[in-house]
Design a protein around this ligand. Structure first.
Ligand code: BDR
Ligand code: CA
Length: 358
């Protein structure tokens, strides 16, 4: 059994990561042969999402919390606890990015209000409780700033030694940043937190976090054709492709609420990328990291010692990787460098679409 703790700043791509995790928890599996009419795989390793930490980032922590609770309501999984994180980063004032994810963090999706409230444990204490409940086996997944995890480690320095695996979406190593020329969003929002986490995982007896930076996550570029396939996998009316010359036309006539919300969220995300001259695509950073958390073999990694620039006036928030053992101490991370992009899309579409179909 994989016990997974998910720390996110939901967020459009965090939303898709959550749906993917819920689909895997429901036993939904990709079946390229088409020989599996139920869409579930009884032989797959069972997954339990033991808790969700809502960390401030894309939108403020209360909005992240409300979005996570709303998705759980839509999916009928209000039993999964959602834990509110701190109001902002360790040192800086909070910056949010409504222009990327919409004023409510979920693009144009009009999610229902939450049916439940956040758990009494805050996000950092929830990390600690989950790690202590599953010592040596808990899989941690962070797709937002590292504020909650760094706070948890400050409160319980043994935490890094308790994790079985950690996957982080963050950083940019051999490529440009997406927030400054050199810094990626999740690290840039709270560089002190990211620096403290990488430092904490330098200790002996800790696992090396797998870091999915922009180098690899920007290769997971969703197109409208993928959205059509997703709707079809859900047995739903296919989303319309945008007409040639009118990139803003993605619509879903679906009566499947999950697909409708997803298409409405993604339309905003496509428009954001289009407005930034990246084409009518959407980078699925966080769903990719979720897949790596459950199936580490989907990605090739290289060992490195990762540190975060805190002082540079031009480079604050930059992730710097020593891949040649120039610094003392040895590697403290594994950087994701290669994956089979088509296989990633096949898996995401089958699992999220199959989950929406139930
Ligand atoms: C990361 O930034 C956020 O806006 C996304 O949700 C993702 O986690 C990509 O840099
Ligand atoms: Ca995110």
């Amino acid at each position: 059994m994989i016990a997974l703790f998910f720390d996110c700043d939901t967020g459009i791509d965090d939303s898709l990561a959550l749906l993917y995790l819920l689909g895997r928890q429901a036993g939904i599996a990709a079946d390229p042969t088409g020989a599996n009419p139920t869409g579930t795989d009884p032989a797959a390793t069972p997954v339990t999402l033991v808790g969700i930490a809502s960390t401030a980032g894309n939108v403020p922590t209360d909005v992240v919390t409300a979005n996570n609770l709303a998705w759980l309501r839509v999916c009928g999984r209000t039993d999964i606890p959602v834990h509110r994180g701190a109001a902002g980063p360790l040192a800086d004032d909070l910056r949010t990015t409504e222009d990327t994810h919409g004023p409510r963090g979920v693009g144009y999706a009009d999610l229902p209000g939450p049916a439940t409230t956040a758990h009494q444990l805050d996000a950092a204490d929830a990390w600690i409780a989950a790690a202590r409940r599953h010592p040596g086996t808990l899989v941690g997944l962070v797709t937002g700033p590292l504020t909650s995890l760094a706070t948890a480690i400050r409160r319980d320095p043994e935490l890094p030694a308790l994790l079985g695996r950690l996957v982080i979406m963050g950083g940019a190593f051999h490529t440009h940043g997406n927030t400054t020329p050199v810094a990626e969003w999740n690290v840039s929002v709270d560089p002190e937190a990211a620096a403290e986490v990488f430092e904490a995982f330098s200790a002996p007896r800790t696992v090396d976090p797998v870091v999915c930076g922009l180098d690899i996550t920007e290769s997971i570029a969703l197109t409208p054709a993928h959205v059509v396939a997703l709707a079809e996998a859900a047995g739903s009316t296919p989303a319309e492709r945008p007409a040639a010359g009118d990139p803003r036309g993605l619509r879903s006539a679906s009566d499947n609420p999950v697909i409708r919300y997803v298409v409405d969220a993604l339309r905003f995300y496509f428009e954001f990328h289009h407005d930034h001259d990246e084409g009518y695509i959407a980078h699925l950073h966080d769903p990719f990291a979720a897949m790596v958390a459950l199936d580490p073999e989907v990605v090739d990694t290289i060992p490195a010692r990762v540190a975060v620039e805190l002082a540079g006036t031009l480079t604050r928030g930059m992730t710097v990787a020593d891949e040649r053992s120039m610094w003392p101490g040895g590697p403290n991370a594994r950087i994701a460098v290669r994956t089979d992009t088509e296989a990633v899309f096949a898996e995401l579409i089958a699992v999220i679409g199959g989950y929406a179909r139930r």
